[in-house]
Design a protein around this ligand. Structure first.
Ligand code: HGA
Length: 608
């Protein structure tokens, strides 16, 4: 997704802004631009394509000056073009960069046009520039004009604002989109992500939703959503945080498991606002597509396939339309029947998974539209799909997928809500689902507190050669993912079964050498699952249960129970995944395997 960088300094800022944009390139974008104030004039350069094209333009026509804002754009409103690239201006003296979506831009645009403003782009962002100008003309100062403008805006946004009459200040505001302030010595910065600013500072101030900040070279002032002066703590960037380095962690996999609270936040940012989903986060044509969809066909491989299986339960329950899920290597080689108005949904961490890409290319012409859920913005899958939603999990280095999977699940729940809205999901239900999703960062923090007990539990597996995972309903694919994780990194042979299938075969394998891991929700399936667990106990099998609530199941002879914190049931598949990741990790560490690069496996499977 797009990125913002801004700087106010005693030195020229263009180089800092360009380097910041380069460091945000991983987020994906289609155009880039920059505005710098020099001797009372704002100079602006914008280019379609890569940051390098902007850098080349800057080399031709330098942008000197000590105050500037820059942007990489991933279009949501209006095609990728130079006209639509940010910064956007109102007149010659005010420039704005924006990350996010202004949901009510249409009525605002009509109103501004009636008031005489002429729009030069198709973006939603341009309304922000003109609203600011209009409020300035009523006599407000820049800060007050920004505060007033925010009152008009619905949706999600992070903003950077400069004005030619205010050479000493850089204004910023955020609501629902990421933005961080970089604190320098005699200079200050803004960016969508700390990584953009690491060459110039390692001290950061995180804004809260609704905050406005005024940056001067020597001073930063923050006001909260109520307009009260606010103190925001400054923290020092810790090496390894969010980057492709292990930092304090023994393995990338553990680091990536521990990153999940932050990843949960990142995948939601800019996608929800005021209790509802921002449909345009999927692309500007998304609404029209979702309206017409009559069936969803999900295609993916490995862990992503398991995420797809979870989504089938969600889509059929909450949207009420059929959803098929198939592994890409099968799907691509058979004559598939695709009913009219099928949405093809592909899932891949890298966006380069060969079988998934081939499946997309194979049927693209025969479906209503294609949607990619992916962690790498510029990847082939994203480029070749009509719609896309990034999982924003950051680089995943461990071969066994962890944060990529849970972020895919969140993206799939967002997709379910987006489809549901167009197929009768009530506004109340949407609000409840969004509220549940908002609990995820905190919930994942609580889940990480289970690390100690899970590590203790892992000792029971070190000598085992096989393991059986059981789940029911939407937790069956989670059990499948748990089994996959264990076999990938500990080389223990593991299988997952829907618990009801136990007596149809796998029960024959159960004895004291076959540990059985069960994921036990709190819903109506619990009693049925408990009966299945009795079947295991009766054969001497040792049980390891991850349970959704205290009263459901207690530890006893041969039954080891770990209770999860209370959570909204809709989050079960997302939440139950983390303890299973930790279990696999600790078993692998005990067994001394190569956790991050398990034998015979590759991270991005770009071959058939
Ligand atoms: N809605 C704006 C900004 C897009 C954005 O944040 N992309 O990630 C636009 O379309 O220009």
């Amino acid at each position: 997704m797009c990125g913002i960088v801004g700087a106010i300094a005693a030195r020229p800022v263009a180089g800092i802004l360009l380097e910041g944009l380069r460091r945000l390139e991983y987020r994906g974008y289609d155009s880039a631009g920059m505005a710098v104030l020099n001797q009372g004039q704002i100079g602006r350069l914008r280019r379609i394509g890569k940051v390098q094209a902007l850098a080349d333009a800057c080399a031709q026509q330098s942008l000197p000056g000590h105050l500037g804002i820059a942007h990489t754009r991933w279009a949501t409103h209006g095609k990728p073009s130079e006209q639509n690239a940010h910064p956007h201006m109102s007149g010659e003296r005010l420039a704005v960069v924006h990350n996010g979506i202004i949901e009510n831009f249409e009525p605002l645009k009509r109103e501004l046009e009636q008031q005489g403003y002429v729009f030069t782009s198709e973006t939603d962002t341009e309304v922000v520039a003109h609203l600011l100008d209009r409020e300035l003309k009523t006599g407000l100062d820049l800060l007050a004009a920004l505060r007033k403008t925010m009152e008009f805006l619905e949706g999600a946004f992070a903003l950077g604002v400069i004005h030619a009459d205010q050479p000493e200040q850089l204004l910023t505001a955020r609501k629902g989109s990421p933005l961080v302030i970089g604190v320098g010595i005699g200079e200050n910065f803004i960016a969508s992500d700390q990584l953009a600013l690491l060459p110039v500072t390692d001290r950061f101030m995180f804004l809260e939703d609704g905050d406005i900040a005024q940056l001067e070279a020597e001073r930063i002032q923050v006001w909260d959503a109520q307009g009260q002066v606010a103190e925001r703590a400054i923290s020092t960037f810790e090496h390894g945080q969010g980057s492709a380095e292990k930092g304090e962690f023994r393995h990338f996999m553990l680091k990536e498991i521990y990153e999940q609270p932050r990843v949960m936040q990142a995948v939601l940012e800019g996608r929800i606002a005021s209790g509802h989903l921002l449909e345009q986060a999927f692309g500007s044509d998304a609404g029209a597509v979702f309206d017409r969809v009559k069936q969803v066909q999900i295609v993916a491989c490995g862990t992503s396939y398991h995420a797809g299986l979870v989504a089938k339960y969600w889509i059929e329950e909450l949207v009420g339309i059929p959803c098929m899920v198939e592994v890409a290597s099968e799907f691509r080689y058979r004559p598939v029947v695709l009913p009219e108005d099928t949405l093809l949904l592909t899932l891949s961490q890298s966006g380069e998974t060969a079988d998934t890409l081939a499946a997309l290319r194979e049927v693209k012409a025969r479906v209503l539209a294609t949607l990619a859920i992916c962690n790498v913005p510029g990847s082939s899958l994203v480029r070749e799909s009509d719609l896309s939603l990034m999982t924003n999990a950051g680089p995943e280095i461990g071969v066994a997928s962890t944060k990529a999977f849970t972020s895919q699940l969140v993206a799939l729940m967002l997709t379910t809500i987006a489809l549901g809205r167009r197929h009768g999901l009530s506004a109340d239900k949407e609000t409840a689902l969004v509220a549940a999703l908002e609990q995820l960062p905190e919930l994942f923090q609580q889940l990480l507190a289970l690390d100690g007990p899970i590590e203790a539990m892992s000792a029971h597996f070190a000598e085992k050669r096989h393991a059986l995972f059981l789940g029911r309903n939407v937790l069956y694919p989670v059990a499948m993912e748990g089994a996959l994780k264990l076999k990938e990194i500990s080389y223990i042979h593991a299988e997952a079964y829907p618990a009801g299938e136990l007596k149809h075969g796998p029960l024959a394998l159960v004895d004291k050498e076959m540990p059985v891991i069960a994921v036990a929700p709190r819903n109506g399936m619990l009693d049925k699952l408990k009966a299945n667990l009795q079947e295991v106990r009766a054969r001497g099998g040792e049980l390891f249960v991850f349970a959704g609530c205290e009263e459901s199941i207690q530890s006893q002879e041969g039954v080891h129970v770990i209770h999860l914190p209370a959570l909204p049931p809709v989050l079960d598949p997302i939440a139950f995944t983390l303890p299973l990741q930790l279990l696999s990790y600790h078993v692998a560490v005990l067994k001394g395997t190569d956790v991050d690069q398990p034998r015979n496996l590759a991270k991005s499977v770009t071959v058939e």
